[in-house]
Design a binder for this molecule. Structure first.
Ligand code: NIG
Ligand code: FE
Length: 432
């Protein structure tokens, strides 16, 4: 037992631990169990969770220790911080004119062909200094923290040459060091072929022969990701890049079956990838294979919203097949400019048929599995980092039901108050 409990959180009307019940991520019926404790409490020592349970259970566990501070949740909901396992959060400007163009009927590919899309952001990133890129990305990350996100994966992929991919990865690494967020870096040089190396396999060679070794030798990424899509990187190109990434020591991720049904999910399973992401157009075989595998299916409903599309990934089929489903924002300047995990949870409920408890587990503990951080984040369990969020409501279902309202009131990162809503301390009544 610690001699000093840094703080004791008391009075959680509903404390959702999202604790793992078996081995590995939550699947099937287990996904509905968010570990709800009424009148919950959490004791924190040295930035980690020491005890969690009802007030009586926790008080018994810390008997004799001195308690440095008490946080009274006043009957409110307490959740683990969101883990956002798929973002492209380092960029310059939003491209919301393309959102309007899509509403008016233009397709993603048409926009790309007239100089918009990913290549437009590539131009912006190449023209920006490392400092400019860091500062704009830092502000956006802090906005995500205020919505309760405490761990975030960020992909490179708007540099598309060695110098600019490395610049992005250094910015991603600094975001982890200089913001309260925990940042998981992913190398995604294979996000697009740049205009100057569009044809043949010259860009593929650059990624495999030069970029992967350089990123690995600087230790700048944990994962490698490829946009496996018609007209971007085909199945065989994706396989070659991911095999090279594996050799270099990266975990594997894929943008799979987002716009067309190319067999990306099946490839992810075959390669033993940590995750297959998007899956809007996943085939029936892909669903079944994911169900039998350890590859996490990361679904991104904010992308359907940003694409002005009514088609969402088949979450119910995936859950029914036994797949480990996680949720992410896909935060990026084009197809998903929101960055709000509560919005992703809300869309998962209203558009993909997930219940609030399923969606919350998918956005916390299963998301932590999708980025290999399940031993430290994603649930309120002893030994994990004390990343906790107090929401100004007594009913966790308000979080998706009241979409668009930020209900987060206090965000605690590794035992420290990283953000608190103005005036919150002086108010005792629950709800806004
Ligand atoms: O996940 N699919 C590829 N990449 C992003 C789009 C990024 C962008 O439009 O800038 C995505 O949707
Ligand atoms: Fe993406």
């Amino acid at each position: 037992m610690p001699e000093v409990v840094d703080f004791l959180l008391l009075g959680a009307g509903q404390l959702l631990t999202c604790a793992v019940t078996g081995k590995g991520p939550k699947r099937g019926a287990d996904l509905s169990d968010a570990g709800v404790v009424t009148n919950g409490a959490v004791a924190v020592s040295k930035g980690k969770i020491f005890a969690v349970g009802t007030k009586e259970e926790v008080e018994r566990r810390i008997e004799g220790a001195s308690v440095a501070a008490v946080i009274e949740a006043g009957g409110r909901v307490v959740l683990p911080g969101w883990v956002d396992p798929h973002t492209h959060a380092v960029f310059t400007d939003f491209r919301s004119d393309e959102f309007e163009a899509r509403i008016l009927g233009d397709s993603y590919l048409e926009i790309e062909q007239r100089g918009g899309g990913i290549n437009r952001t590539v131009r912006g990133v190449r023209e920006s200094s490392e400092e400019q890129l860091f500062e704009s990305s830092r502000r956006r990350c802090m906005q995500m923290l205020r919505q309760g996100t405490t761990t975030i994966e960020i992909k490179s992929g708007y540099g598309l040459d060695l110098i600019n991919e490395m610049k992005m990865l250094r910015v991603i690494s600094r975001l982890g060091e200089e913001t309260p967020l925990d940042v998981v870096p992913t190398f995604m040089g294979a996000h697009q072929k740049p205009p100057e190396l569009k044809s043949g396999d010259r860009y593929l060679r650059l990624v495999v022969d030069e970029m992967i070794p350089a990123v690995a030798s600087e230790g700048l990424a944990d994962f490698i990701d490829v946009f496996c899509e018609e007209g971007v990187f085909g199945i065989e190109e994706t396989r070659e890049i991911l095999e090279a990434g594996r050799q270099a020591g990266f975990g594997l991720k894929l943008h799979a079956d987002e716009i067309t049904s190319l067999g990306g999910a099946e490839l992810a399973v075959e390669l033993g990838a940590v995750s297959a992401e998007h899956l809007i157009r996943v085939s029936r075989e892909g669903v079944d294979e994911l169900g039998r595998s350890s590859t996490v299916a990361v679904l991104l409903p904010c992308t359907s919203l940003g694409l002005a599309s009514r088609t969402f990934a088949p979450a119910r089929d995936l859950i029914g097949a036994g797949a480990a489903v996680a949720l992410a924002t896909d935060f990026n300047p084009g197809s998903a400019p929101s960055g709000s995990m509560p919005l992703a949870v809300a869309l998962a409920c209203s558009q993909m048929g997930m219940t609030p408890a399923e969606a919350i587990n998918a956005a916390t503990i299963n998301a932590a599995f999708a980025v290999g951080r399940d031993d430290e984040a994603g649930s309120i369990e002893p030994g994990k980092r004390a990343d906790l969020v107090i929401y100004d409501t007594g009913d966790y279902r308000d979080i998706p039901a009241r979409a668009g309202m930020n209900l987060a009131a206090v965000v605690i990162k590794e035992g420290l108050r990283a953000w608190e809503r103005e005036g919150f301390k002086d108010r005792s009544e629950v709800g806004t």
